[in-house]
Each structure stands twice: as structure tokens, then as C-alpha cells.
Design a protein around this ligand. Structure first.
Ligand code: AHR
Length: 487
């Protein structure tokens, strides 16, 4: 086993890790909302006002901090007024982006806010700029957040919600360079300025406004956007970057059937996130020291599972996805001075899902377990850390980040991306003398996954970690994610 030295300086605090970096995304797409999160009140599956109890519990367990809704591309086709009032009277629509299925609007604004309250997370709305109107968005904000008397707030009261909700995160448009209107950045920027003017702060609510940023590392979009939109109009810009192992939207690759070469390509492609954030942060800093970055959508995008609706984006999730998740979360932690939120795509049954469902059955994916193992980073402080590293098949083998919480407990998260090498990590810890070390490991064959027949094939297990004279020692087996907590 190869030995790698590492160092952590618990006194060298770098940036605050916003809990929202561990955020999620739920779109009216395939079985994410319907037959996923929301089964309806009459379902035999145990639910609270139609929301699956096991999903509420699973989201709470990872301390889901924020949930984005209703899309995605769906958001720019969504009319919020169709999703309120008596369910039987709600208008139906065609979900044009995702399979052309009928959307009955039974999950709307009230149901979404109910979900967020049950989970204890911040709601994050994506408002329709692509095909809606300024008035619709403006009314939506008033409906949700105002305590004053108006026809709109009276409608909310009539629909059963007396007090307004709190809404912090508001995205104005989604992928407006693509599915959200195929706009030029200049055109979007002007539209954004107009829309955000009518998104007001009512009754003490304070909106955190988010403008549509680039696709991946599109520098031109960000430059042009920020030459028109400034920090009096926006708090953050969002970027979307998906890991596509095949590197080509027409041949994305299979979720479970992949070679070692494809695995290394996946990791190499996911590590591109680091370059994108660095580049995009650099551009933002040239225009403003206030505007932040949000990674609105990220994760692996494979070919859909055979026999499923191609518009539903249903894919399995293996140990490879766990490594991808760990690498990205470590990158977000490392850039937490700029990255204030990141949302995995998506929460249930779509793309790199946390959870898969089939009827009453529910499976926590390897990706879910990584969010569980990283949750102590939420609202902690990133501290200086360094690990000696090796290049394996063109990628750095080890990914890591370290944080310290308000009580001085240290959380270290590592991933060993190598399929060939095991490592022993000898880590010096400066600035504190830990008395207790507890470690958890997620490791399996890279192709292993959790199915409805074997839902616990990949799950975290206790791992050894020894306190030494200088710090801490533990192993990092090939293809593993390890969390060490020092107190
Ligand atoms: O997450 C699936 C889709 O990917 C979203 O609707 C869209 O924003 C992105 O292209």
C-alpha cells in the first residue's frame, strides 16, 4: 500500500461553507415529482398530504438545505396560476420538454412549500422568463410573500394559506441560452433587468436574485451578461455543468455498463468543474466583489435505462456516481468563497438521483450516501488542507477537503478515484489535538449499485482511523469515499 502524507491546519480558516452547497433540484420531469416525491393523498404509500413519508425522512436525514423547483426547462413553460386552487379545477398542460406527457398541476406552489416545510429546507424557485410575462412572475412573488391586502394575497388566503411563506432564492429564467428561449446574452440581460425590477421584497421578505449564467464554461455568455447586469440587479449567477462520460450528447454512455477507460474519462470530465468554477469566478470578480456563483445543475448524465421513456431521464447510480459526487462536493467546498449554492440534478428518479422509487419501494443510491457522509461540512469553515497526490490514468487519484465546525470538530472527506491503488494517509493536524477519531467508508466495486432487490449493496460502514503523535492515520482503499471526524 502506498503512503501519502497530508496536512490540515485547523486554525487557517479559508471560507464559510454555505449549507446550500449541499442543495438539490426537483423538476416536473419523468418520475421526479409524480410517482416520486408526490404520490397524492389517496395513495396507499404512506404520505403526508400526498408527499411520501420515506422521502421526507430521507431528505431530512441528509439535512437537505435547499430544493430548486419547478425546473429546469419545465420552469420556462410553467404557469404558476394553473397549479393553485382546488385540484379538480386545475388546468392540465402538456409537458413539452419531457416526454409530452399530461401535467395535471396537482403539485403546485402550495404543495412545494409544504414539502420544503416538512423537509426543513429553503425553497428555491425558478421563475418563467422564457415564455411567461413580467406580471406573472411579479404576481407569484406577491402571492407567496406578501402579508398585505390585495386580490393576489386574498387568493392565497382563499386557497388555504393565511400567512405568507418566506422565499429567499429566486432564479429568473433557466438556461435562457437554450431551452429557456434561445436568447443572446445581451437580450437575456435586458430582459432579466426588467423582470427583476418587478420582483419586490414584501413584508420583510428579502429575495436573493439569481440570473441565468453560462452553460459550462461559456465565457462569452458571462462576460456579456455581466456587462449589462450588475450587483444592484443580481446576487448571483448560476451555471449548469453535466458530466457526460461519452463526451457527446448523442452517445452519453451507460450508467452501469462501462469500461475502466470510460470510468477515468468520467472522472476527468467531472473534474473539469474545478476549471469552470475558477474561470467563471475570475470573470465575476472583474465585474463585482458581491456577485456569487451558484452551480444550479450538476451530476452525471447517461443514456436512459433501457425500456424507459427517453424523455424521463431515468438512470441507475453506481459507485462511480458516488466518486463523482465526492469529487464535486470537495471542489465546491474548496471554492466556497464564491460558490454559495450547488444543486445536484436531480433529487428523485431523474439523472444522478439521490433516491429511486418503484411503487412503494425506495432505494437510497450511492450518491445519497455521499451526501450523508459530507453533511457535517454544512455551515462549517473550510480550513487549509493538502494531500500528496498521484496521477493515475491522467487524473489526480485523491480528492479531499476539510472543515471545522463551531465546536471545533473537524470533518475530513476523501475520495480515492484510483481503481488500482490503495493508500495509507498520514495526516498531520495543526492547531488542535483531537482526542477521538471516527471514520466511515463507502466502497464497493465501481459498477456496484443499489437495486430494488438489493437496496443495501452499497452503503457506508465504519472504518478504522488511528490518532497518532502528529495527527491521524487511515487507509483510503481504491474506489472509496472516506469521512473522518475528529473531535
Ligand atoms: O436536469 C434536466 C435538464 O437539464 C433541465 O431541465 C435543464 O435545465 C437542463 O438542460
Amino acid at each position: 500500500m502506498k503512503k501519502l502524507n497530508a496536512v490540515v491546519n485547523a486554525m487557517d480558516k479559508r471560507s464559510h461553507i454555505n449549507a446550500e452547497i449541499y442543495g438539490h433540484f426537483s423538476e416536473h420531469l419523468g418520475r421526479c415529482i409524480y410517482k416520486g416525491i408526490y404520490v397524492g393523498e389517496d395513495s396507499p404509500i404512506p404520505n403526508t398530504r400526498g408527499i411520501r413519508n420515506d422521502i421526507i425522512e430521507a431528505f431530512r436525514n441528509i439535512r437537505m438545505p435547499v430544493l430548486r423547483w419547478p425546473g429546469g426547462c419545465f420552469a420556462d413553460a410553467y404557469c404558476w396560476t394553473d397549479g393553485i386552487g382546488e385540484k379538480k379545477d386545475r388546468k392540465k398542460m402538456i409537458n413539452v420538454h419531457w416526454g409530452g406527457v399530461t401535467e395535471d398541476n396537482s403539485f403546485g406552489t402550495h404543495e412545494f412549500f409544504d414539502l420544503c416545510e416538512l423537509v426543513g429546507c429553503e425553497p428555491y424557485l425558478a421563475a418563467n422568463l422564457g415564455s411567461g410575462t413580467v406580471k406573472e412572475v411579479s404576481d407569484w412573488i406577491e402571492y407567496i410573500t406578501s402579508d398585505a391586502l390585495s386580490p393576489i394575497t386574498e387568493l392565497r388566503r382563499k386557497n388555504g394559506r393565511e400567512k405568507p411563506w418566506k422565499l429567499k432564492y429566486l432564479g429568473i429564467g433557466n438556461e435562457n441560452w437554450g431551452c429557456g428561449g434561445n436568447m443572446r446574452p445581451e437580450y437575456y440581460a435586458d430582459e432579466y433587468r426588467r423582470y427583476q425590477s418587478y420582483c419586490r421584497n414584501y413584508s420583510g421578505n428579502e429575495l436573493y436574485k439569481i440570473a441565468c449564467g453560462p452553460s459550462g464554461n461559456d465565457i462569452d455568455w458571462t462576460e456579456k451578461l455581466l456587462s449589462i447586469v450588475n450587483d444592484s440587479h443580481t446576487n448571483a449567477i448560476s451555471l449548469h455543468y453535466y458530466t457526460i462520460p461519452g463526451g457527446d450528447w448523442n452517445r452519453k454512455g451507460s450508467a452501469l455498463d462501462f469500461t475502466d477507460e470510460e470510468y477515468y474519462k468520467t472522472i476527468s470530465s467531472t473534474l473539469e468543474m474545478e476549471n469552470i468554477i475558477t474561470k467563471q469566478s475570475g470573470i465575476i470578480r472583474r465585474y463585482s466583489d458581491k456577485i456569487k456563483l451558484i452551480v444550479d445543475e450538476w451530476g452525471c448524465w447517461y443514456d436512459v435505462e433501457e425500456g424507459t421513456n427517453p424523455g424521463f431521464l431515468y438512470q441507475q447510480n453506481s459507485m462511480r456516481d458516488a466518486i463523482v459526487a465526492a469529487c464535486n462536493l470537495n471542489i465546491f467546498n474548496a471554492h466556497s468563497d464564491m460558490v454559495v449554492m450547488a444543486n445536484l440534478a436531480q433529487a428523485v428518479n431523474v439523472l444522478q438521483a439521490l433516491i429511486l422509487t418503484e411503487g412503494e419501494k425506495m432505494v437510497k443510491t450511492p450518491t445519497y450516501h455521499v451526501f450523508d457522509m459530507f453533511k457535517e461540512h454544512q455551515n462549517s469553515e473550510l480550513v487549509y488542507s493538502f494531500t500528496e497526490n498521484e496521477t493515475v490514468n491522467g487524473i489526480p487519484a485523491v480528492s479531499q477537503s476539510v472543515s471545522v465546525d463551531g465546536s471545533g470538530n473537524i470533518t475530513m472527506t476523501f475520495a480515492n478515484c484510483s481503481l488500482e491503488e490503495d493508500y495509507e494517509i498520514n495526516c498531520s493536524v495543526i492547531g488542535t489535538a483531537p482526542e477521538k477519531a471516527e471514520a466511515v467508508i463507502l466502497t464497493e466495486d465501481i459498477h456496484a449499485y443499489n437495486s430494488f432487490e438489493a437496496p443495501e449493496k452499497v452503503k457506508p460502514a465504519p472504518h478504522g482511523a488511528d490518532i497518532t503523535g502528529e495527527g491521524i492515520k487511515f487507509t483510503l482503499p481504491r474506489c472509496s469515499v472516506v469521512t473522518v471526524r475528529l473531535s
